[in-house]
Design a protein around this ligand. Structure first.
Ligand SMILES: CC(C)(COP(=O)(O)OP(=O)(O)OC[C@H]1O[C@@H](n2cnc3c(N)ncnc32)[C@H](O)[C@@H]1OP(=O)(O)O)[C@@H](O)C(=O)NCCC(=O)NCCS
Length: 165
């Protein structure tokens, strides 16, 4: 398995959507139950690429097997903050790719934003370990925030990392 990490490009849209959809359908890690339709993904993509938002994919050949993206809130009052989202297909987990993707995207955020936020399910111990390793600190909890998971409901934890300008 040879996996490369690179910035996403428009032609990745369909493969990225499949990756996102597969992870969402596990019902263990993401708040959405499935990925949006391809047309919506492409529409969002155009904006992300136009705004040069940090967005990386892990690819095995042409296939997107993982991603990390920071979302802008789209409000002037929140323009210094971004929200991080990421995922890898099951067979690409626990081989260090998550660590590499996060380190690369945080580097891209430096000089652009003051703070990166994220939310993670309390039971997602692997992701919490990764974020703690990368310097994210716990800053809040919404109790029983997510329902319909493969294991029932879960609390949503908020984590934050300050970025050097
Ligand atoms: C969460 C995710 C991105 C982590 O990426 P990864 O490539 O699997 O993780 P890494 O191999 O880089 O390991 C990161 C850390 O987690 C630890 N870890 C690995 N598996 C673990 C497990 N089952 N439980 C606890 N910690 C674990 C690793 O040991 C490593 O810590 P270390 O460097 O101190 O030893 C990936 O597993 C994934 O996509 N999971 C499903 C989707 C998801 O959870 N997305 C995030 C939603 S908030």
């Amino acid at each position: 398995m040879v996996v490369k990490i690179r910035p996403i490009v428009f032609k990745d849209a369909a493969s990225y959507r499949l990756c996102w959809d597969a992870i969402a359908k596990e019902r263990r890690y993401l708040t959405e139950y499935e990925a949006p339709p391809l047309a919506s993904v492409r529409k969002a993509f155009r904006k992300i690429l136009r705004n040069k938002t940090p967005f990386l994919v892990a690819v095995d050949g042409e296939r997107v097997v993982g991603f990390v993206v920071v979302y802008r809130w789209g409000l002037p009052s929140l323009s210094h903050l971004v929200d991080l989202g990421m995922g890898l297909l099951p067979e690409y987990r626990e081989i260090g790719l998550g660590t590499k993707l996060t380190a690369r995207v945080l580097k891209m955020c430096r000089g652009k934003f003051d703070s990166v936020h994220l939310t993670v399910f309390e039971k997602n111990k692997r992701a919490r370990k990764l974020y703690k390793n990368m310097g994210f600190e716990l800053c809040g909890r919404i109790k029983k925030a997510v329902k319909g998971l493969a294991y029932g409901t879960d609390d949503l934890l908020a984590m934050q990392k300050q970025i050097r300008r």
